[in-house]
Design a protein around this ligand. Sequence first.
Ligand SMILES: [Zn+2]
Length: 254
Amino acid sequence: METVVTGMILFAAPNGEFDKRVVILTKERGKITAFARGARRQNSSLLAATNPFAFGTFSVYEGKNAYTLVRAQITNYFRELASSLEAAYYGFYFLELAGYDTQENEDGTQMLKLLYQSLRALLNTRLDNRLVRAVFEMRTLVIQGEYPEMFECVLCNKTEGLKRLVLEKNGMICEDCCKECIDGIELKNSVLYTFQYVISAPLERLYTFTLTQETLRDFQKIVKKLCRRYQDREFKSLEVLEEMSSLQGRNLNV
Ligand SMILES: [Zn+2]
């Protein structure tokens, strides 16, 4: 039976002489693998539709082990990403991370929306890509449900005077409780508010702020720690991004 899903191509690889194997992040079925027959032929209507970043609706047939992609209607190819090598590599990293965090047959709505908004944010020249990356990583943790409590003290539930982030306790503790517990990292209010915003803002409004270099640096540092704690794995595309940036003398960390 033919099914139409909304999604984005995360990954594409040649399969045989003329076919492609693609991984699609879909709203309806999470991450699925599909085979596109003849998609490598120059005159195939699936040629461009099966490239990474292609976003739209895909008509698929469900098989025993995989799907067959028969048609696609692409509304955004994100072709502008190709005009900046760095933005493109951030984009590939986002695709890899989104795929890693999503399984088949789960609801992919949130992740797909986050991915779409984040790619658009990479194309917004007023936003620092390092901010976009940290926001994307943090919100990914939120979608997965693995992140620290940032809105109230994990010891006394007070919502004011939050002072230190204690990873071992999985959240913030307040000034009063700090007297008994000296662990953790002290967060400036600007950094705490950034976390609270990134955790709770509607996805459509996620990338509507900028930070001072100092706040961005602190935010980035803590997001890095959280990723290491909750999502410990190496991403190939991230290694490439890091290598490329160091060759160009650019620093990925503020
Ligand atoms: Zn407290």
